[in-house]
Design a protein around this ligand. Structure first.
Ligand code: ADP
Length: 374
């Protein structure tokens, strides 16, 4: 029987589920926020994902609901579950990707390593945390942040006054120690409702201006100790929060060889785009398999190294299509993925994947192909 998977959100993550869905014989339907979005090829509905009636109407003829983003309100998700709709990941898991304070509290219960943190309600509480943590800290809005928006390094309690002022009565901001990390890593796992879990190799992620710029798989220098440690963290969290589908765990690596969890994403994630061309099972296929409770695919790398570079809309002249064509001509070894989005400055409009046996060659080719867009 054909499984019908409904994706809420019409961005590039939904778009990149389309091809694997066709291959798996899954019927994909997408509730897009607007006309003309990235996933418009599969957009069977356009509407507001915060509106229960709109979502109810969309899920009427799907078997499983999943997501392109984490912003569907808990009330909407819980109403669907109460009506018997299969929602993956479910609201009980998704809350930990929706609210960073809720996440920190749960990770503490699970005994997972993370930065020192606290919930702070005002500038005085923030100042005390800063004083206790060497004169600096990172303040975060618990909900709605992405690509570094909602994250601020502060040295004094009054540097987040605007955010405190905007809080609802009784709400708090998250404050974390300012981690002197040597690099950022990401660990992905997939878990299906029946409990089966598979883990991907740990990767290094390079951020620029709060946005993921490059990913190297596996993380260079990752030996058995690090690989086992991050995989254990991924599995512990996946089981501990009951996630279904793809889980990405963003991590900091410190110079004393510790890893600390930064945040969670419960969907395909930018840190896993390399797997489309570099793994036996790409993350979009894996996500669909997991949410449809199909057997999971193997996660070994197809080549020793894979590198992913994001393409951001920028100042380059000329139509995006021309630049894609030039990059393809100059770099036939590169896999170029486009999101069908207008190239506004800083906006992710595509990415390049290159895989091979020599890391220097792979990095060079990926950067050279991506350079056609800068
Ligand atoms: P977003 O939800 O916007 O992606 P993150 O919580 O991932 O926000 O933070 C964005 C970036 O800010 C991280 O990738 C990291 O570079 C930096 N950062 C976040 N938290 C800390 C921390 N506690 N210490 C040091 N840097 C941090």
């Amino acid at each position: 029987m054909t499984v019908r998977v409904g994706v809420i959100g019409g961005g590039q993550l939904a778009r990149m589920m389309i091809a694997p869905a066709v291959e798996l014989g899954i019927e994909l339907r997408v509730l897009a926020e607007d006309q003309g979005m990235s996933a418009q090829l599969a957009a069977t509905a356009v509407g507001d994902y915060r509106d229960l009636e709109t979502v109810r109407e969309f899920v009427r003829d799907v078997d499983v609901v999943t997501f392109d983003h984490e912003h569907v309100p808990q009330e909407v998700l819980r109403a669907l579950v109460a009506e018997g709709v299969q929602v993956h990941p479910g609201p009980d898991a998704l809350q930990f990707a929706q609210d960073k304070l809720v996440m920190r509290a749960r990770l503490a219960e699970l005994g997972v390593p993370q930065p020192d943190w606290a919930a702070v309600h005002d500038a005085d509480e923030l100042q005390r945390f800063i004083d206790d943590h060497g004169g600096g800290a990172v303040v975060k809005t618990p909900r709605g942040g992405y690509d570094g928006k909602g994250v601020r390094v502060v040295r004094a309690g009054d540097e987040a006054s605007d955010w405190f002022a905007a809080l609802a009565e009784g709400d708090a901001l998250l404050v974390e120690e300012l981690v002197a990390f040597t690099r950022e890593l990401a660990q992905q796992v997939a878990r299906r409702p029946s409990g089966e879990i598979v883990a991907y190799p740990v990767v290094e992620t390079v951020q620029r201006d709060g946005v993921c710029a490059e990913v190297i798989a596996p993380a260079p220098g990752a030996g058995a100790r690090l690989t086992e440690l991050t995989e254990r963290i991924g599995r512990t969290i996946a089981e501990g929060v009951g996630v279904t589908g793809m889980l990405a765990v963003e991590l900091f690596e410190t110079d004393d060889e510790r890893v600390l969890v930064n945040e969670l994403a419960m969907r395909p994630h930018n840190s896993g785009h390399w797997s489309q061309d570099g793994s036996v099972t790409g993350q979009f296929e894996q996500h669909l398999r997991a949410v449809a409770d199909l057997p999971l695919g193997r996660t070994e790398q197809r080549a020793q190294w894979s590198v992913m570079i994001n393409i951001l809309g920028g100042p380059a002249e000329g139509a995006l299509e021309d630049r894609f064509a030039r990059a393809m001509t100059a770099h036939p070894e590169a896999k170029i993925h486009t999101y069908g989005k207008a190239p506004r400055p800083g906006r992710k409009v595509g990415h390049v994947n290159v895989a091979g046996s020599d890391l220097d060659d792979v990095v060079y080719a990926a950067r050279a192909a991506a350079a056609h867009f800068s």
